[in-house]
Design a protein around this ligand. Structure first.
Ligand code: MTE
Ligand code: HPA
Ligand code: MOS
Length: 798
């Protein structure tokens, strides 16, 4: 009996206990392969004889008409077999996930620097890449739009604006005791999956195509390829064993790569692999949307928000891609954990001549929530109170003040007790006092501390995506093979699904193997996204396993002459009356008795409805909560800083696998910290992304992780009937490192005796920190404060 968790009662009537297979820490199912370098990624699949290699020729202009294109030198380059353009596409030149505004290969007009125009196919990867540079393209420049501000000013959007209003925000802002207004600049983020985009396509007999693709969405890749070739979906098979990270970047944007590889394979009737190098990947693919926010807020003396208005402008890039649902999620997370009685949110997806931005962990949620946290951070300084006190004053109530601006009632709120626990375990109050004391005697180095909360909605905000299917096979030796619609990108989905199936059948997880995601096994799958992978596919696999167990139960009950409800499964055994049987023996005997030992399973998330035109409904099945406390030290002369300590407490419900969930929280924390601090995307005046490699784009490394890092799971249980009462954990913890950003801002605020709101933009790079320090110093000099009053204000802020 595993004593780590509470015993699991297999069957209440017999009260027989067995070792639970869920709720226990287990290593990732492929961990031993990852560390040994033997896990098969798409590029590791042994190449078929005759495989050719493709490279993309890309636009060098942000917005231009293609006057003439000469590919003769490309064709003549060593090793080149063929060069394909939009004219070679037999059916539809589009791979847009929602709108049909995403050409696979640009034709007539190019929309950003890096946009693919042609595909070179050569006998080697290097030959293809070298040849791609030899194209001669004559452009006629058109005026580009290079920033979300410019797009907004020009009224250039990829979608109609979205508006959500509750109550009378302007009236309450005008009537409030205090008002504040300003702008917030929040940068984007490159997904930086360690394995880049890749697709490998091989023609199959009778007009078929097999595509191996690093993708979070095999079904959409299947449709994109079929659509391009003018084929039916059943002619295309897409397979993905695992990705070396996706982070949203492979939800829709793997399509262009899958289509180009399949196009070449179709035309040349041989296998073709397309694997862009890191720079090309970064130049071509979309990223997290950067946002500009303009806000106005009215609040009382305690910092309680009475009315707030925010205008959100995102950089959609040249096409819609997923910018619409990303904006919807941003709007639905502007409340974060706070009750906003009177609120207006206006969302604009700016069309710019840059990469088409897409999903990235949190999918707009982090952007929306960041805005309200920034506003509350200002409000706290405006009223001279601890920002945690102001945050608490605004939290959703448990039974009142608990309806979101989009009309969903928050029924599972645990933020109050979660924050209390974190405040105690992080010793927030004492450490906050210590930062103030330190700063009083330290003119150059300043310390800062902050606690920020998270509330994140779980479900796709498009209701029909919330479904999943699975197939479970029990072989007649008692070993089990599972296939489901989700994809493995390192997050541990296959591990969780294997545990769930093992648990359902009462066998050890080692008996269960999960196979590659394959569109020919489970049809019409959703993207593995919105953190729903385990919720959806776990339930579908459980449904399949349960059906098999029921058939086995009926067989055993007959054999033992007992009632079915006395049969129990556990610890690799089946017990029915006097009969005890190994699961393998049972499988063999059931097979001989002609019992069906495999099953499909299906799951649909209940309770969801959503009216996109009104932005009202219940888009989320439940919420995941969390909070983090971060303490930093900032050098106000250089802008350098260090994260001294971070404490994170996160709600994964009744965790399916605490070790994996803690890994997700740690990874998300560091990834979100990178977004808000060092990762800066910078386009030059021509619209060329200059930060397109790790040499110029700084992601966090192990050295950036705090030495003092405490990550714990909050003991909770989903109030909704989720898989074993767990909660999705993939995306929500990305919001935890808001605390790092606001700790840096707190340190800078010390320069102005906590009386001035530092105009700190995100990412808070060293340059941004120095700019904010200088701005605070200038504002302080412009409004000198009598020494006595300054001390009093500083004391009040403590
Ligand atoms: N963790 C790893 N290691 N690699 C990834 O690519 N993607 C994140 C998150 N955690 C990701 C990850 C994103 S964006 C999502 S939506 C979820 O995992 C998807 O998986 P899940 O729904 O199974 O949690
Ligand atoms: N997350 C990820 N992908 C999506 C979503 C979402 O909420 N909605 C539509 N596609
Ligand atoms: Mo995650 S951004 O929903 O792939």
């Amino acid at each position: 009996m595993n004593k780590q968790t509470e015993p699991f009662l297999l069957d209440a009537s017999t009260a027989r206990e067995s070792t639970p297979q869920v709720g226990v820490s287990r290593p990732h199912e492929s961990a031993h392969l990852h560390v040994a370098g033997t896990a098969t990624y798409t590029d590791d699949i042994p190449e078929l004889a005759g495989t050719l290699h493709a490279a993309l020729g890309m636009s060098t202009r942000a917005h231009a008409r293609i006057r003439a294109i000469s590919l003769d030198k490309v064709r003549a380059a060593p090793g080149v077999v063929d060069v394909l353009t939009a004219a070679d596409i037999p059916a539809v030149n589009d791979c847009g996930p929602i709108l049909h505004d995403d050409p696979i290969l640009a034709k007539d007009v190019v929309h950003f620097i890096g946009q693919p125009i042609f595909v070179v196919v050569a006998s080697s990867h290097d030959d293809a890449r070298r040849a791609a540079r030899r194209a001669e393209i004559e452009y006629e420049d058109l005026p580009p739009i290079l920033s979300p501000e410019a797009a907004h000013a020009a009224g250039s959007y990829v979608l109609p604006p979205m508006h959500l209003r509750r109550g009378e925000p302007q009236t309450h802002i005008d009537a409030a005791a205090h008002r504040d207004a300003g702008s917030i600049r929040l940068g984007g983020q490159e997904q930086f999956y360690l394995e880049g985009q890749i697709a490998y396509a091989a023609p199959r007999e009778n007009d078929g195509m097999h595509v191996w693709c690093s993708t979070q969405h095999p079904t959409e890749m299947q449709h994109a390829v079929a659509h391009m070739l003018g084929w039916h979906a059943h002619q295309v098979l897409v397979e993905c064993r695992r990705m070396g990270g996706g982070f949203g970047g492979k939800e829709s944007q793997s399509a262009m790569f899958a289509c180009c590889a399949a196009l070449a394979a179709w035309k040349l009737l041989c296998p073709v692999k397309l694997r862009p190098d890191r720079d090309d990947d970064m130049m071509i693919t979309g990223k997290r949307h950067d946002f500009n926010f303009d806000f106005e807020v009215g609040h009382d003396d305690d910092g309680r928000i009475e009315g707030v208005r925010v205008e959100m402008v995102s950089r959609a890039g040249f096409s819609a891609d997923l910018s619409g649902p990303v904006m919807t999620r941003a709007i639905c997370h502007f409340d974060n954990a706070y009750w906003l009685p009177n609120v207006q949110i206006d969302g604009y997806c700016g069309r710019t001549n840059t990469q088409s931005n897409t999903a990235f962990r949190g999918f707009g949620g982090p952007q929306g929530a960041f805005a309200v946290e920034y506003i509350l951070d200002n409000v706290a300084r405006n009223v001279g109170k601890d920002s945690l006190a102001v945050r608490r004053a605004n939290f959703y109530g448990k039974t009142e003040r608990n309806v979101t601006p989009y009309g969903q009632t928050v029924e599972d709120n645990v933020i109050h007790e979660l924050i209390d626990e974190l405040v105690a375990s992080s010793e927030y109050q004492a450490r906050r006092d210590a930062t103030r004391a330190f700063n009083a005697t330290s003119p150059i180095l300043k310390k800062g501390i902050a606690i920020t909360p998270v509330k994140f909605g779980i479900s796709f905000n498009v209701a029909h995506f919330n479904q999943a299917g699975a197939l479970v096979h029990v072989y007649n030796d008692g070993s089990v093979l599972v296939n489901h619609g989700g994809t493995e990108m390192g997050q541990g989905l296959n591990t969780k699904v294997a545990m769930i199936v093992a648990h359902e059948l009462g066998i050890r997880m080692e008996r269960v193997r999960v196979t590659a995601t394959d569109t020919s096994k489970v049809a019409n799958t959703s993207a593995t996204a919105a953190s729903t992978g385990a919720d959806l596919n776990g339930k579908a696999a459980q449904d399949a396993a349960r059906q098999i167990r029921e058939r086995l139960t009926a067989f055993v009950a007959r054999k033992a002459g007992v009632e079915a409800d006395t049969v129990c499964f556990g610890d690799d055994l089946v017990v029915a009356g006097e009969l005890r049987m190994d699961f393998g023996d049972l499988a063999r005997e059931s097979y001989v008795a002609r019992v069906q030992l495999w099953s499909d399973g299906f799951y649909v998330t209940p309770k969801l409805y959503w009216d996109q035109s009104k932005l009202q409904g219940r888009p989320f099945y439940y919420y995941a909560y969390g909070a983090a406390c971060s303490e930093v030290i900032v050098d106000t002369l250089t802008g350098e800083w260090k994260l001294l300590r971070a404490d994170a407490l996160h709600d994964a419900g009744k965790s399916l696998n605490p070790a994996i969930d803690i890994g997700q929280v740690e990874g998300a924390f560091i990834q979100g910290m990178g977004w808000l601090t060092t990762e800066e995307l910078w386009w030059n005046k021509d619209g060329k992304l200059m930060t397109h490699a790790p040499s110029t784009y700084k992601i966090p490394t192990v050295n950036d992780c705090p030495e003092d890092f405490h990550v714990r799971l909050f003991q909770n249980r989903n109030v909704e009937d989720s898989i074993h009462r767990s909660k999705a954990v993939g995306e929500p913890p990305l919001l935890l490192p808001f605390s790092v950003f606001f700790a840096i801002r707190d340190a800078i605020a010390a320069v102005g005796d906590y009386r001035i709101n530092p105009p700190l933009r995100a990412p808070a790079t060293s340059e941004a920190i120095l700019d904010a320090v200088e701005a605070v110093q200038a504002m302080r000099a412009a409004q000198p404060v009598p020494a006595a009053e300054a001390t009093e204000a500083a004391a009040q802020a403590v």
